[in-house]
Design a protein around this ligand. Structure first.
Ligand code: SAM
Length: 196
């Protein structure tokens, strides 16, 4: 079911990440020892989620392929964890490593069609993790291009990986969200998966 998230990026983050995690896992904040892995850009998200009491800086792992973003974030928040590189590659080096214990993986992407392929790849990479929510933000409309609203579900149905993930206990949240992107005439879609 399509739902319109209201307001700006922080409001939609509250609606699609924080509230849904709290409800799905019946907790107020990220459990101790659990981690939040995200495409970070600068520190807006970290400041929002720590001031809300949802997580601590130690629990936050920001990934970005911009070295400039990572250096600025590390200088401002040395207690958080910063990784420069491609999202999938950084995570694939973590899966199976001691200490990797994600509660939320937030693929807050700037891609359209390619983000669907990447989401399916991330599901396959993370399928064995327990108590995990995967959030996938994809560009739904920009500069005259738009993504068929049903494309994510159609591609999941076609993918053997999704069938296997479901057999392992993964679900897709029944609602997916549309919110206004940063650039003019851009809309974003949020799709949420979890394994409890
Ligand atoms: C939408 S922003 C993240 C916003 C942040 N999560 C927030 O809520 O404020 C996406 C960032 O990820 C970076 N990025 C996009 N795709 C990436 C990828 N596949 N791997 C690493 N960084 C990526 C971009 O440089 C950009 O800074």
């Amino acid at each position: 079911m399509k739902t319109y998230a209201t307001g700006n990026k922080a409001a939609s983050r509250d609606e699609t990440v924080v509230s849904i995690y709290r409800k799905a896992f019946d907790v107020e904040a990220l459990p101790a020892g659990k981690q939040f892995w995200t495409l970070c850009a600068r520190d807006d998200e970290l400041l929002h989620l720590t001031s809300d009491g949802f997580l601590t800086e130690h629990q936050y792992h920001g990934i970005d392929f911009s070295q400039e973003n990572i250096d600025a974030n590390r200088a401002g928040h040395p207690d958080a964890n910063w990784h420069c590189g491609d999202f999938y590659t950084v995570l694939s080096n973590q899966v199976g490593a001691p200490g990797f214990n994600p509660a939320i993986v937030n693929f807050d992407s700037t891609w359209m069609d390619r983000a669907i392929t990447e989401t399916i790849r991330l599901l396959a990479l993370l399928e064995s993790q327990e108590n995990l929510m995967l959030v996938s933000n994809i560009v739904g409309k920009t500069r005259g291009y738009s993504l068929d609203p049903d494309e994510m579900d159609l591609r999941l149905t076609d993918s053997r990986g999704w069938e296997r993930a479901q057999a392992l206990g993964w679900d897709k949240h029944p609602e997916w969200y549309v919110y206004k992107g940063g650039a003019a005439n851009t809309t974003m879609q949020t799709h949420i998966f979890y394994r409890r």
